[in-house]
Ligand binder design. Structure first.
Ligand code: ZN
Length: 284
């Protein structure tokens, strides 16, 4: 089995065809590792934009890639084909955070005609390393940058080369070599041939706005009196409000009224529920 660490660099630019901005991939960098996580091969390719004649100042500062570099690059579909051939079969592809996957899917959809970047098995290296850090007692609430992770774990980084796709991949390789645990690593490998894999990445969560939707768990519409515990009665029908539903409920025993609010957010494979109950105080 081979291991690939893939690192893409992209630049946001206005794409007239869709009338909006797109994060266009302009560099593919990758390293191939053997079972010992030694680098056995590298891939580096600059992509020529199909619609833009320039790159942002920020992109050049970050990656060292100039407008001239970009303009002398190769078309995206050729770059993807060359990469696919280089990757070969039976490889686990890793990226630092899954934002690269979102960008790949977006570029494939908007800029390419049926060509896909070959990713068979996938692992989010940021998620893995952050898990290893947690075991070592290093807690991060937010997603950690590659530089911060390397610094926290004592892996040497030449900061001047960061955000060069190949250099970033080398840092990932060092982290992996130092913090590999077979069992925990293999548990995080995802099979991209599972239809759910890409569906999950392209799914857009939304609020359910029809109270009769089959996805709504009707038991979530039942509230109990916070004073006596009796089940409350609806005095009105559920009405849509701010992406959720509202109604007024009353307790027969306490003669109190309550505002009840509930929201159902449909996620890829679950429905998140938010409920709120507050007493209606008599108006004076
Ligand atoms: Zn009550």
């Amino acid at each position: 089995m081979n291991y690939i660490i893939l690192d893409l660099e992209w630049d946001g630019s206005y794409y007239p065809k869709i009338g909006g901005f797109i994060n266009q991939i302009l560099q593919i960098g990758a390293v191939k590792l053997n079972d010992n996580f030694d680098v056995v091969d590298t891939f580096d390719c600059i992509i020529k934009s199909s619609f833009s004649k320039r790159v942002s100042k920020r992109f050049t500062e970050l990656t060292g890639i100039t407008k001239e570099d970009m303009l002398s690059g190769i078309p995206m579909k050729n770059a993807f084909s060359a990469y696919n051939e280089w990757v070969g079969d039976d490889a686990v592809t890793m990226t630092w955070s899954n934002s690269d996957i979102y960008t790949v899917l977006d570029n494939e959809k908007k800029l390419l005609d049926g060509i896909r970047l070959k990713i068979d098995k996938y692992l989010d290296l940021q998620k893995y390393i952050q898990g290893e850090m947690r075991i070592l007692g290093i807690e991060y609430n937010s997603q950690i940058s590659l530089l911060n992770a390397a610094t926290a774990l004592g892996v040497e980084v030449d900061e001047s080369t960061l955000h060069n796709a190949k250099a970033d991949s080398m840092v990932c390789a060092k982290l992996l070599k130092k913090f590999y645990d077979k069992e925990r690593f293999e548990r995080l490998i995802l099979d991209t041939s599972d239809p759910d894999f890409f569906a999950r990445y392209t799914y857009k969560p939304h609020y359910i706005t029809n109270i009769d939707d089959v996805e709504i768990d009707k038991s979530q519409l039942i509230f109990y009196c916070p004073f006596c515990g009796s089940q409350l009665k609806n005095t009105k029908k559920w009405k849509p409000r701010f992406g959720g539903f509202k109604t007024v409920m009353s307790c027969d025993d306490c003669k109190k009224e309550f505002n009840a609010n509930v929201k159902f957010r449909k996620m890829f494979d679950s429905v998140k529920v938010r409920r709120n109950l507050s007493e209606r105080l008599p108006k004076d």
